[in-house]
Ligand binder design. Sequence first.
Ligand code: HEC
Ligand code: HEC
Ligand code: HEC
Length: 138
Amino acid sequence: MRKIRRLLENKTGWWFLSVLAVGWVAGLFHAQPAGAEYADVVLNRLSEANGVRPVIYPHWFHRIRFRCKVCHSELGFKMKAGGNDINMLELMDGKFCGSCHNNNIAWGLENCHRCHSGLKGLETGIRGGHKAGGPGVW
Ligand code: HEC
Ligand code: HEC
Ligand code: HEC
């Protein structure tokens, strides 16, 4: 505290403290929920209605491994939670998640529970923001 008081007593001190304050406020805004980039996406357009658990897609986990354009341009995923009309047959055809989860780039589609890991009743949408937990948490 004594240090801060000494800073308040001179002009450079004020300047220094204002810079700190601005930095702190900017930091607060930056820490707002970050959307899909850091989150998990729940996909439950079809899953539960067809007798399997909702899919938890850990977006953050994937985006640190691949560039955005791999999925959002080359593989055709629209940037909207729940905005993609994807189903299991298409995945088995090697599309969407199935273009990597094929026992080549990543483990294969026979590992149902690794994707269909959500609790019953979860609705399609973003979960977790920067506190995303990945499969098994929701
Ligand atoms: C790599 C992730 C992944 C794996 C592994 C996976 N699924 Fe899916 N599955 C999905 C996605 C994504 C959807 C679409 C989710 C939604 O909108 O509800 C889906 C949808 C479904 C559906 C809904 C009906 C339909 O025709 O799409 C069923 C049933 C299903 N999967 C069963 C399975 C079974 C059984 C396995 C294991 C043999 C499996 N899934 C493995 C990702 C996966
Ligand atoms: C490995 C594939 C993959 C990569 C890489 C990836 N995304 Fe995504 N992204 C997805 C999927 C899948 C969804 C959910 C689509 C759905 O729900 O149908 C999604 C959803 C989104 C959304 C929608 C969020 C919302 O609130 O509706 C945004 C924004 C987004 N991604 C941005 C990015 C950005 C920016 C990057 C790169 C830093 C990136 N993604 C990298 C697969 C990917
Ligand atoms: C561009 C390639 C790519 C696409 C597209 C992709 N994945 Fe993955 N995914 C990976 C890789 C690589 C891993 C890590 C595999 C490993 O650890 O062996 C992974 C891991 C995962 C994991 C496990 C995460 C963990 O914490 O271990 C889940 C769940 C998953 N993917 C679901 C999906 C679903 C659902 C989709 C489609 C909506 C999808 N993935 C699309 C490449 C991809």
